[in-house]
Design a protein around this ligand. Structure first.
Ligand code: GLU
Length: 481
């Protein structure tokens, strides 16, 4: 048994973001690659921002991605006595102290620092509070917090598995709060206690947390804990290299699910945000587990590119089994008003055939439904440019009627027979086959592009094909072109 134990510790303050999903994936891959354990912990001590519906959303997204955890979920909100015990120990050992500074006093200190153009650091005023003053504050019921007594001198050296030694001057780290006035632990404190008690061997998290690490390390050492190994995975930037935000399009896993992305495409894409497995870009979860190692994680920021994710999605849409894609596509077809689930028998096999015909041309399940609409209902309109090019030509209506006539008598009505009927007709008329094919495609689908024309005909069947050709002819005649 490996003693590798890693955790994904989301704060339930919103949907699972691609950045957090990547953190979850790297932890998952590392655990799987080493035969270790992947633990899920919910960092929910921020009462104002954490919401139960976000916890559900996080779990749903993790399940959907297939990132199943081995232990947990643990909830920090259910572990408050543990933090209380460890804070009391630090207080008793004089490694932490109560601070009674009022919000006004702290604000004044902050304003001063701002004026001086310096970062604010708590000056340690309550470090040496005379006992009678402390008793007086307690008697008046003044709110208090617990601060960690940190060294003023020397440096804290964080050893990051990716970056090597990262040095922090202790004079830049103040006596930070470990227990808030409402009695709840801060993230830096709770995280350290949990990582110890959950025997976490590697803390793998986003680079944004690197500035928290010296604080957590100091805290762990004061508590007498063994340090975990730290792994900070590079930032994910927007294409313009700014911080990734809502304005750069979808960033939540759920948004991608709703738009018809496949979980394997998301996993493949986010795996490459900061990890270089090798030449091959298309890599499935099993292969990721086989090849994952921390030394292939990059130092430099990754750039987020939805177009690439979309391209990958198109790839997986083509590669996956027809059965699976049809099953996943059905709700999208239903949402587009094309069919009603649950599907069975002929309806299901029809859907599979439609998916087979269309999936090479689209990149998401939503696009798949949109591009398949005419297999379920006659086109409501015709592509405008297509009309100009193919319907407004001399004799277009007549050609469509002739074609309809030929198809009506065809027996059997198959790919081959429909194609030879069209070839024969164009030869008889002495016109290029394209003169028949283009207006036919527009008549059947309303569009100028799509799957093979005869494939469309066979899928629609003789009756609908003939009807749509006649409808288009009537439409053209009505316009008087
Ligand atoms: N709750 C923190 C976050 O979501 C966890 C960071 C960590 O992994 O320590 O960013």
């Amino acid at each position: 048994m490996s003693d590798i134990r890693v955790r994904f510790a989301p704060s339930p303050t919103g949907e699972l973001h691609v950045g957090s999903a990547r953190t979850a994936l790297f932890n998952f891959l590392f655990a799987r690659a080493c035969g270790g354990k992947f633990i899920l912990r919910v960092d929910d001590t921020d009462q104002e921002r954490s919401r139960p519906e976000y916890v559900d959303a996080l779990f749903n997204s993790l399940h959907w991605l297939g990132l199943e955890w081995d232990e947990g979920p643990y909830y920090q909100s259910q572990r408050l006595p543990e933090y209380g015990r460890e804070a009391a120990r630090l207080l008793a050992e004089k490694k932490a102290y109560h601070c009674y500074c009022t919000p006004d006093e702290l604000a004044a200190g902050r304003a001063e620092a701002r004026k001086a153009g310096k970062p604010y650091l708590y000056p340690g005023r309550c470090r040496t509070l005379p006992p009678e003053e402390e008793r007086a504050f307690q008697a008046e019921g003044r709110p208090q917090v617990v601060r960690l007594l940190t060294p003023d001198q020397g440096e804290t050296v964080v050893v990051d598995e990716i970056r090597g030694e990262v040095r922090f001057d202790n004079s830049t780290l103040d006596d930070f709060i470990i227990v808030k006035s409402n009695g709840l632990p801060t993230y830096n404190f709770a995280s350290v206690v949990d990582d110890e008690q959950m025997r976490i061997s590697h803390v793998i998290r986003a680079e944004e947390h690197l500035s928290n690490t010296p604080r957590q390390q100091l805290c762990a050492l004061l508590l007498g804990y063994r340090l975990p190994r730290y792994v900070h995975v590079p930032m994910i930037l927007a294409p313009d290299r700014s911080k990734l935000s809502k304005r750069h399009g979808a960033t939540a896993v759920e948004e991608f699910r709703v738009q018809g992305y496949l979980p394997e495409a998301i996993l493949n894409y986010i795996a490459l945000l900061g990890w270089s497995p090798g030449e091959e870009e298309i890599i499935d979860l099993a292969e990721m587990i086989r090849t994952f190692s921390l030394d292939r994680i990059n130092k430099t920021a990754a750039v987020y590119d939805v177009a690439k994710l979309t391209w990958m999605n198109g790839h997986y849409l083509r590669e996956a089994s027809l059965e699976r894609i049809a099953g996943l596509a059905a709700p999208f077809f239903e949402a587009a008003g094309l069919l009603r689930a649950p599907l069975a028998g002929a309806d299901l096999s029809y859907l599979e055939r439609v998916v087979e015909a269309v999936r090479d041309r689209v990149k998401t399940l939503a696009e798949l439904a949109e591009a398949s609409a005419y297999f379920y209902r006659a086109p409501e309109s015709y592509d405008e440019k297509g009309e100009q090019k193919h319907f407004q030509k001399e004799g277009a209506a007549g050609l469509l009627r002739l074609a309809a006539e030929r198809l009506r008598g065809l027996n059997p009505f198959s790919l081959e027979s429909a194609e030879s009927a069209y070839r024969a007709l164009s030869e008889e008329l002495g016109i290029p086959a394209a003169r028949l094919i283009h207006p036919t495609r527009l008549a059947l689908s309303g569009r100028t592009m799509g799957p093979g024309l005869f494939e469309i005909m066979v899928l629609l069947g003789r009756e609908k094909t003939v009807r749509r050709l006649e409808e288009a002819a009537r439409y053209i005649e009505g316009k008087g072109w």
